[in-house]
Write a protein that binds this ligand. Structure first.
Ligand code: HEC
Ligand code: HEC
Length: 292
């Protein structure tokens, strides 16, 4: 019957929409950047990181990578702690993005050592064989210009000291991008907090490992570990691995949780079964033996 009273219908519809708008838009805008929203440990970008951010925008990295993790179980398991609004106070413009041709980068900081990033940017396929990301080795060829940076900082009103600006000397664009990537999402100490205590007894499901063929496990190792630890555990970006140094349980937990801020990523997302397979491979691989 309301539809026969257009004015009343308009008034009621407007009211209904306004309630939604207020709750989902107006209030959050009012809350943003208030004291409760700030996170004390979030610091501004250094000049080098800021230059890296500008190059990231110039190269359109944000066309393939988002920088925001939604509070959904699948995203948190894959990428890490969900993004907090207080983490973006120095991001102007923000780079949340909407297209994930590549993975989200909001928590990339500290996930890998610098050396991994240099190799990956030089040639993504050297670290991730099926990657379709472009090579960015040429960024090494352009050195940064501290004078330009200083001008930019003045326009933007960033309070950088001469000392900080001096750190740009001799650095190239790739250094800047890597410095920027290592900063992303690392201002809050979420990695340690994300460590999982596995409930129940940790029990190796493949107890007779020493006597079986490890072909299948070697494939999993090659896919996830070889880029950093070498095809034969000999070490590369990460250290040489010697299974004799660990008990099964220690090794499993180490691979499952990674080494927070040590550049050793967590592999919990592979699931316990795969992590056990890798654990056994590392533990019982014998250098020099014939591995089919
Ligand atoms: C054409 C799309 C595309 C563009 C453009 C692109 N990437 Fe990627 N990126 C990918 C894909 C796909 C992956 C996943 C495979 C891999 O790791 O190489 C990836 C992976 C990454 C990773 C590793 C993420 C992880 O968690 O392992 C980083 C870091 C990264 N990209 C940085 C950059 C930067 C910096 C730029 C801009 C200079 C850039 N990407 C441009 C597609 C892209
Ligand atoms: C992005 C590079 C990278 C990848 C990929 C990686 N690691 Fe690591 N790993 C490291 C680094 C760096 C360290 C040293 C960390 C530290 O000691 O702070 C490390 C340490 C370790 C250690 C401890 C070694 C020691 O002597 O302390 C083990 C065991 C290990 N990794 C196993 C693995 C396994 C198994 C995989 C594959 C599932 C893997 N890692 C994948 C970089 C990587």
């Amino acid at each position: 019957m309301w539809e026969k009273k257009p004015l009343l219908l308009i008034a009621l519809a407007t009211a209904a929409i306004l309630v939604g708008t207020t709750i989902t838009m107006v209030l959050p805008f009012a809350w943003v950047n208030t004291e409760t929203d700030r996170i004390a440990s979030v610091t501004p970008y250094t000049p080098l990181q800021q230059e890296g951010r500008d190059i990231y925008i110039r190269e359109g990295c944000n066309n393939c990578h988002t920088q925001t993790i939604r509070p959904l179980v699948t995203e948190v398991l894959r990428y890490g702690d969900y993004s907090k609004s207080g983490e973006f106070v120095y991001d102007r413009p923000f780079l949340w993005g909407s297209k994930r041709t590549g993975p989200d980068l909001a928590r990339i900081g500290g996930k890998y050592p610098d050396a991994w990033h240099y190799k990956h940017m030089d040639s993504p396929r050297s670290m991730v064989p099926k990657s379709n990301m472009y090579d960015y080795a040429w960024l090494r060829k352009s050195t940064l210009d501290p004078v330009m940076s200083e001008r930019k900082m003045k326009v933007l009103g960033f309070p950088y000291t001469q000392e900080q600006l001096a750190q740009l000397k001799g650095k190239n664009e790739l250094d800047a991008v890597v410095a920027y990537l290592q900063k992303l999402g690392s201002d809050i100490a979420w990695r340690k907090a994300a460590e999982v205590t596995i409930v129940g007894e940790l029990k190796n499901p493949y107890p007779d490992t020493a006597h079986r063929s490890m072909e299948e496990w070697e494939v999993i190792y090659s896919e996830h570990c070889a880029a950093c630890h070498g095809g034969h555990l000999e070490g590369e970006i990460g250290p040489h691995l010697d299974g004799a140094n660990y008990t099964d349980e220690e090794l499993f937990s180490l691979i499952f949780n990674g080494i927070p801020d040590g550049g050793m990523p967590a592999f919990s997302s592979l699931g316990t079964n795969k992590v056990w397979k890798i654990t056994n491979f590392v533990k019982y691989y014998v250098q020099g033996e014939d591995h089919p």
